[in-house]
Design a protein around this ligand. Sequence first.
Ligand SMILES: Cc1cc2nc3c(=O)[nH]c(=O)nc-3n(C[C@H](O)[C@H](O)[C@H](O)COP(=O)(O)OP(=O)(O)OC[C@H]3O[C@@H](n4cnc5c(N)ncnc54)[C@H](O)[C@@H]3O)c2cc1C
Length: 304
Amino acid sequence: MEDEGFAPFSAAARHEHLRSLPGETWDLLVIGAGITGAAAARDAAGRGLRVALVDAGDVGRGTSSASSRLIHGGIRYLETFEFRLVFEASAERRRLLGLASHLVHPLPFLFPVYRGGPVGYRKLQAGMWLYDGLSLFRNIARHSMLSRARLREEEPGLRTDGLAGAARYFDASVDDARLTLANARGAHEAGAAVVPHAAVVGFLREGGSLVGARVRDCLVPGAEPVEVRARVVINATGPWCDSVRKLADPGAAPRLRPTKGVHVVVPRERIGNRSAVTFRSPVDGRVMFVLPWGEFSYVGTTDT
Ligand SMILES: Cc1cc2nc3c(=O)[nH]c(=O)nc-3n(C[C@H](O)[C@H](O)[C@H](O)COP(=O)(O)OP(=O)(O)OC[C@H]3O[C@@H](n4cnc5c(N)ncnc54)[C@H](O)[C@@H]3O)c2cc1C
């Protein structure tokens, strides 16, 4: 095997990196190895910065392994006129389909329309052109409109009462945990010290400035925290963000208003869907998905 110039991403490397944490002043300490922290660490290390990335648990153990596994173009944000967001999300999706084609895959969606529903056939069609336009007509494929008869052939499990037709559009699915891990490995390969199972339990302050953190090895019961000095610290702890901020300032007011998402996972044969399907909740009209994942279907939304 060729010498790739870096030690394998392994338990031994974690041990070495843990020991190296107190040994220097890092350019950047990233707290949290979800997709945000892992990608920030990879990017910074790739630019030549000395980076340490720590996580209280395993890489991606938080939200980043429990998502709906979509690389969204953000079609539902068209309703709220967030065109810039859709433009950016479409560009990022294109980038990821190229950069991580082993983890990010095209996913066709059907958006059925029912007579008397909140989105009419013509409005949906206009939205689809806008969606394709905001991806500069470089999405996986352009949308198409399906007649009721065609839709019944393609997705026979749909309720047919009032069914007017559907749009087919493209998004992408991702193995979220593996994409996060790939970013952490990328950070490691670019020279970052990646240390899972190492929690930040406090911060270091000098003259009113934050100059690092106290990090405890979570694999050794009763381990004493080590001091890790850094010029810049990123708090990438997602839903734990406020509790980590409180370690630096116990009086810090919360900045997050946490939300919760629920997915119901059922054997796919129980629903019988062939594509991913977008629909509106009959209870409050919010957009929901039925997503195929191997033998299973996920039913739900990111915001319950
Ligand atoms: C139900 C649901 C579905 C979603 N679906 C999608 C989707 O389909 N597509 C999409 O793009 N986005 C989706 N999202 C959003 C996306 O999942 C999140 O934006 C993203 O995963 C957040 O990543 P993160 O790295 O910021 O946080 P997290 O992945 O939660 O990572 C935070 C990390 O911080 C670590 N940590 C906490 N405290 C400490 C500490 N003291 N010291 C060290 N480490 C610590 C945790 O162990 C954790 O690993 C969804 C979100 C939800 C809730």
